[in-house]
Design a protein around this ligand. Structure first.
Ligand code: TMP
Ligand code: MG
Length: 216
């Protein structure tokens, strides 16, 4: 596969237990074996000082007001924004496990009138926009079959159901243009193939658009 001059920004999204980490790892390996240079990232990035506050909140070790924690998640992306942009400009493909789509949806899923999808979107405006967001969709029943949940803050079936509904609602809003739904209920290899096909199509479209720009 020939590379376009800039790297792509690819996001994998989905509910907890949808298989994001596995598919993230496989996609990165597949792209590397095709000759792409790849940076792997994930949010929340729990290694920074903001990330450590988020980690403590998710583990129930600290309390945070809902708007505050939303802004911490957003700030955790903003602290990486410059390096994401630099990598892409250098021709490196950046593949991220969760991004602002989770940011918007999980906060809005708390169901507060003063924390709507629209409100939650505002601090994310200006972050590097992905070329594609692959949303790994699984039913809440399938999610439960996959060994239930861990002990973190949002890992309850009520919260996950609201998150799933809001991921669907988000697809009807402007950010929805970037989202492609992947049926992640099937076997790992099938999901991997589906993801790779969508990514290759996106890259071909991007190259075509670039070629056209160069001609015109
Ligand atoms: P993780 O399981 O991928 O490490 O993510 C931890 C939790 O944080 C998960 O339940 C989703 C949630 N989350 C947000 O609430 N806002 C965000 O901006 C991100 C990236 C994740
Ligand atoms: Mg998790």
């Amino acid at each position: 596969m020939c590379q376009s001059s800039r790297g792509a920004l690819i996001v994998i999204e989905g509910l907890d237990r949808a298989g994001k980490s596995t598919q993230h790892a496989r996609l990165c390996q597949n792209l590397e074996s095709q000759g792409h240079r790849v940076n792997r990232m994930r949010f929340p990035d729990r290694t920074t000082s903001i990330g450590k506050s988020i980690d403590a909140y998710l583990k129930g070790e600290s309390e945070q007001e809902d708007h505050v924690v939303h802004l911490l998640f957003s700030a955790n992306r903003w602290e990486a924004a410059t390096s994401i942009r630099a990598a892409i400009e250098e021709g490196i493909t950046v593949v991220i496990d969760r991004y602002y789509y989770s940011g918007i949806v999980y906060s809005a899923a708390k169901g507060r009138k003063d924390l709507s999808l629209q409100w939650a979107r505002e601090p994310e405006i200006g972050l590097p926009r992905p070329d594609i967001c692959l949303y790994l969709d699984i039913s809440t029943e399938e999610q439960a079959k996959r060994g239930g949940f861990g002990n973190e803050k949002y890992e309850t079936s009520a919260m996950q159901e609201r998150v799933r509904e809001l991921f669907y609602k988000l697809q009807l809003l402007p950010d929805g243009q970037d989202i492609q739904v992947i049926d992640a209920g099937g076997n790992v290899a099938g999901v991997e193939k589906d993801i790779m096909e969508r990514v290759e199509q996106m890259m071909a479209d991007t190259r075509l658009a670039e070629d056209l720009r160069n001609i015109l």
